[in-house]
Design a protein around this ligand. Structure first.
Ligand code: HEC
Ligand code: HEC
Ligand code: HEC
Length: 152
């Protein structure tokens, strides 16, 4: 079950994170594409669900530098055009702090918010699908909303 109190505290951290200093944005390497497969990428994380899905060639940098610009209203987590990283890396207060969600110090809290590591898909779906569905519904863009659009 989702714990609203924990979820709220994650959100509060995210809100507090937005006005933070963003020195060094240009100096932080933003990987161009990523293979999103939590089981393969995080073999030491206990309690993850069975690996049945992945998102190959996730266009990470295009999201950060292009797709998210001006799309704040569709996002589950607040961000600014000058710091789009926060939409997904929502506990990061600066680009240098963006990285693997599952090995960051807030991972336990994020897991608790979505119902444990076994429900990790809820975490990703909440971040990714919330925006895609809202943007598609508003006709603002055509991001994939069907399973096969991400899980190719
Ligand atoms: C906007 C992109 C997106 C869409 C659309 C989407 N997913 Fe996912 N899903 C993800 C991401 C990202 C993950 C976490 C990465 C991974 O697969 O390991 C994930 C994880 C999962 C997992 C956890 C298992 C695993 O191997 O990690 C399941 C099950 C799953 N999705 C099913 C679905 C189904 C069913 C649908 C359609 C109803 C769907 N997804 C639509 C992005 C998406
Ligand atoms: C649309 C969502 C999204 C945005 C926007 C985003 N990222 Fe990511 N990023 C991810 C996901 C998902 C992962 C993989 C997390 C995992 O495996 O635990 C990731 C991983 C990373 C990694 C680790 C890469 C690796 O090889 O393990 C770095 C570094 C990173 N992001 C930096 C950034 C920076 C800096 C920004 C802003 C300029 C940014 N990201 C914006 C979703 C995003
Ligand atoms: C705040 C909004 C937002 C978030 C968060 C977001 N996306 Fe997207 N995504 C978009 C938009 C907008 C497009 C479509 C851009 C276009 O086609 O004009 C898109 C396109 C895509 C596409 C198809 C085009 C391509 O470049 O491959 C995939 C796959 C995708 N997103 C996966 C993901 C995954 C996985 C996550 C979470 C890790 C995610 N997105 C998070 C807004 C978002």
């Amino acid at each position: 079950m989702r714990n609203p109190a924990v979820l709220t505290s994650v959100l509060v951290v995210a809100v507090a994170a937005v006005p933070a200093v963003r020195a060094g944005y240009a100096s932080v390497p933003v990987p161009e594409t990523l293979e999103l497969n939590v089981q393969a990428n995080h073999p030491d994380t206990a309690g993850l669900p069975k690996d049945t899905k992945a998102v190959p060639e996730f266009s990470h940098r295009r999201h950060a530098e292009e797709y998210l610009k001006g799309r704040q209203t569709f996002s589950r987590f607040p961000y600014e055009d000058s710091f789009t990283c926060a939409a997904c890396h929502h506990t990061a207060q600066a680009p240098e702090q963006a990285g693997s969600c599952l090995s960051c110090k807030d991972a336990d809290r994020m897991f608790a918010a979505v119902g444990g590591p076994g429900k990790v898909k809820n975490l990703f779906h909440e971040v990714c699908r919330t925006c895609h569905k809202a943007a598609a519904k508003a006709g603002a863009a055509e991001p994939p909303t069907r399973c096969s659009g991400c899980h190719r």
